[in-house]
Design a protein around this ligand. Sequence first.
Ligand code: ADP
Length: 266
Amino acid sequence: MIILKLGGSVITRKDRDKPTLDPVNLDRIAQEIARSNVDELVIVHGAGSFGHPYASKFEIGSEITDEKEFFRKKRGFTLTQNAVQNLNHYVCNFLLKHGIPAIALPPSSFMVCENKRIKTANLEMVERYLEMGMVPVLHGDVVLDDNKNIQMAVVSGDQIITYLAENLKPERIILGSDVDGIYNRDPKAHPEAQLLPVVNSMDDLEFLEGARTVDVTGGMAGKLKELLDLAEIGTESEIINAGNAKIVECALKGEKVRGTLITKNV
Ligand code: ADP
């Protein structure tokens, strides 16, 4: 089984403050996934500009101070869920258009957090759809939180990847972003930044404070933290550029592509 993440930076316009799809990238990536003919595939996509504007405006995941705030946050929670579900609908539409048997599985309907970390999830449905030869499509979402002070949390696509990987034991984990992989510093701000073919510690990044994009779930630094946790239990992952043609297809087919391997085995 392969778990493939489609970064919000690739399938949406993350620089926009309202939900904006990147239909050109999405269509191309869906074709590439179809051509790769992977046997068992789970797709997780980020929320991008569909989730972040609402989640940050309503400060989902921050402490609920009074009844009024509780009411406001519930509104924000439902608006965020609706927006990311719209994105999920687009993603599934494009996958289906290219013949991929995509089945939407919104995490808000089967996952629960505790202190913003996934605590429980009924993965039986993911497994059953996989057994049927379908492709479950999950996404960064809002979920209920057992911490009574916050009650609602944002769960990133990256955190979902970690949870799925720990529980489903995939052969490979591939994360498609809008950069070639992890650099020693943010390549968008520093054109001279160097791509790191292998990363095994947070120390590999020279400027951690720069390793953040406008992202309620933590940008590249947040992503790397999740993936290093996975590496710690012996599960490797690869970050590749899904913004460039053919990269997702080649990676899924097992061909060597430019990117970063996150591993403890060095
Ligand atoms: P995605 O939406 O693809 O999951 P993010 O937007 O959260 O990914 O993170 C990717 C972004 O992180 C890149 O567009 C890049 O500008 C930024 N970034 C910051 N620091 C780094 C770094 N050291 N290496 C690579 N990318 C970085």
